[in-house]
Design a protein around this ligand. Structure first.
Ligand code: F6R
Length: 609
């Protein structure tokens, strides 16, 4: 988790690095630091617990000069957030500095050995072993020392290394944690993610596992894990820098909520040909491949897992294949039954979630065909999968996922429909109708957003509560789960979702006078049952806000309030029903004075187990 930025060139490194770190704070923001090799061949460094602003203040008072440097924004794994645990870490002579993202799993053993040899550790981090081990192996060649140290490490990491004895050099390595190299005019950048360097260059190399970067005297060389020089394809990043900024909204989350109609259109329309048929370019599955698949798993974490639950409904209904959905951290240790007739679909906005990546590797090793749904081109998940569906939601910066979720649901509808059609499980008329209906969702989301001020009013009912409950049945239960996750993660209100029919088996004991209960009621076949459940909680004093289709008068008779949303076919309703819940979560979070985009204890990209 953590973000790395490095620079080597002819400009002042400090400004570029700090600017880059500001774009990576979504990866972690409990401390930040920088180390720059200055003109006197010493390393100047600064690091501070807390947000980047703390580091910026130090640098404003004591600027650091030099054209080679590394920086870091941290999300603590080993050792609490503190100045001393912040990166960069330096050797005792302060001739070497290292920044690190990921976990060095065998750091305890390495630390013991180094301690016996006289190395003194200042921090509780795993990272500090890296700098001391490089120091130990250093015999005048920075690259060789780093290479030797890396060969000892187990785990997932990306490292950036500078040395005061090698002013014209920058070394970096990637293993399971993302790292890119940006190419400018006579300058090079390393970064955990593209937004950090987009202001300076669009030309990047995406590093593979074990690849090592060495910039020396203006020349970049990339080595593979066997120390062979590799020729990599330079990629041009198409994103606009505007796309990675707030676009006039107060917070990224609200911008991203508003990006959803576009995300739906981009994800869908760019894959339709002139006849309106779906073309999934990076999915090479043939009719025969699909006929050979007897079981599917969908595996993901958090919000992406909820998209997977919607995916199950779509695939089972349309493509008629049994689907199991699992949380990646459970799946990877559950000894799942997988053979060559199994397909695994992983869903990951970032494409870097450690558990999701491990789950897919496990399934691949057991012979499954692996399809990844991800938002990040060139991400680890995308590279590891046999087939890829890119959600074109654009960069998602707010920690709470919104537009990626919507785009993931659209991805599932398209995959389900494409598979169904290839297998002959759906007739062309239904195929065309469904595509039209999916396309129509974008305008319907716009109409819900146009009603946002009315939805804001509901935050008043919620903002002072200690707990809240979301209920639904069928695919509405999935929406309830996603809605509850969103509210709890940014408002810190204890929020739980229940399958409405399960309530009387225990959870109803939690309902008290005035407890807010949001009920999602969009499935025609389950409406009467939901109405009964609403009556049950009302009888125990709940304050019920329902989300229902326009024109539904029955729900209004039992709920205290109803948020009406446009009508779509039942299978597609999760895309519409989730929108008011995102807005409620946002407004409640604001009303409680929280940092909406960077909720406490969380990070955008969870690259550790
Ligand atoms: C919640 C949220 C998380 C992520 C989860 C998976 O709003 O964003 O629950 O959905 O950490 O992340 P990705 O999709 O990057 O694998």
């Amino acid at each position: 988790m953590c973000g790395i930025v490095g620079y080597i060139g002819n400009k002042q490194a400090s400004e570029i690095i700090v600017d880059g770190l500001s774009k990576l704070e979504y990866r972690g923001y409990d401390s930040a630091g920088i180390a720059v090799v200055n003109d006197n061949d010493t390393i100047n460094w600064a690091k501070k617990k807390g947000r980047l602003a703390g580091l910026e203040k130090i640098l404003a008072e004591n600027p650091i000069q030099g054209t080679v440097g590394i920086g870091h924004t941290r999300w603590a794994t080993h050792g609490a957030p503190s100045d001393v645990n912040s990166h960069p870490h330096l050797n005792s002579a302060e001739t070497l500095a290292v920044v690190h993202n990921g976990i060095i799993e065998n750091y305890m053993q390495i630390r013991e050995i180094l301690t016996e040899e006289g190395y003194v550790f200042k921090s509780e981090t795993d990272t500090e072993v890296a700098v001391h081990l490089i120091d130990k192996y250093y015999e005048g060649d920075l690259l060789a020392a780093a290479r030797k140290a890396v060969s000892v490490f187990r785990g997932a990491y990306a490292l950036g290394v500078v040395s005061s004895e090698h002013k014209g050099e920058l070394v970096a390595v990637r293993k399971e944690s993302p790292l890119i190299v940006g190419i400018g005019e006579g300058e090079y950048f390393i970064a955990s993610d593209v937004p950090a360097i987009l202001k300076y260059t669009r030309n990047v190399y995406y590093l593979e596992n074990d690849e090592m970067v060495h910039v020396k005297d203006g020349v970049l060389t990339i080595y593979d894990g066997n120390n062979n020089v590799v020729e990599k394809e330079l990629k041009t990043v198409e994103w606009d820098i505007e796309a990675a900024s707030k676009g006039g909204f107060d917070h990224f989350m609200m911008k991203e909520i508003y990006d959803q109609p576009q995300a739906i259109r981009d994800t869908l329309l760019r894959r339709l040909d002139e006849e309106g048929m779906i073309h999934l370019d990076d999915i090479k599955l043939t009719k025969e491949d699909l006929e050979g698949i007897t079981k599917m798993y969908i595996v993901a974490c958090g919000t992406a897992y909820h998209a997977g639950l919607v995916g199950k409904f779509a695939i089972e209904k349309l493509a008629k294949v049994p689907v199991e959905v699992d949380i990646a951290s459970e799946f990877r240790y559950s000894d799942p039954f997988i053979d060559e007739h199994t397909m695994l679909i992983v869903v990951s906005q970032s494409g870097e979630t450690a558990d999701t990546l491990a789950a897919m590797k496990l399934a691949k090793a057991k012979g499954a065909r692996v399809l990844a749904i991800t938002n990040v081109v060139g991400s680890s998940v995308a590279r590891e999968a046999h087939d890829v569906f890119y959600t074109w939601a654009g960069p998602e910066i707010a920690v709470a996922s919104t537009k990626a979720y919507t785009a993931q649901m659209i991805a599932f509808y398209m995959i389900a429909l494409d598979f169904a059609y290839k297998k002959g499980a759906v007739i062309i008329e239904r195929y065309q109708e469904l595509i039209k209906n999916i396309e129509g969702l974008a305008a319907k989301v716009e109409s819900i957003l146009a009603n946002k001020d009315a939805i804001e009013q509901y935050s008043k009912d919620m903002k002072d509560t200690h707990n809240a409950f979301y209920l639904g049945r069928g695919v509405d239960y999935t929406t309830a789960r996603e809605a509850a996750l969103k509210l709890k993660e940014i408002s810190y209100i204890y929020t739980e979702a229940f399958a409405a029919g399960e309530l009387k088996h225990g959870p109803i004991a939690l309902i008290e006078e005035g407890t807010p209960v949001l009920c999602v009621v969009t499935q025609d076949a389950l409406e009467e049952k939901m109405i009964s459940n609403i009556k049950e909680v009302k009888a125990r004093g709940a304050f019920v806000i329902a989300i229902a289709k326009e024109g539904n008068t029955e729900v209004a008779k039992v709920a205290d309030d109803v948020i009406y949303i446009p009508v779509a076919e039942d299978l597609l309703m999760p895309v519409l029903a989730v929108i008011p819940t995102q807005l409620i979560s946002y407004y409640v979070s604001i009303a409680r004075g929280n940092d909406v985009d960077k909720p406490r204890n969380l990070a955008k990209s969870v690259t550790v187990e």
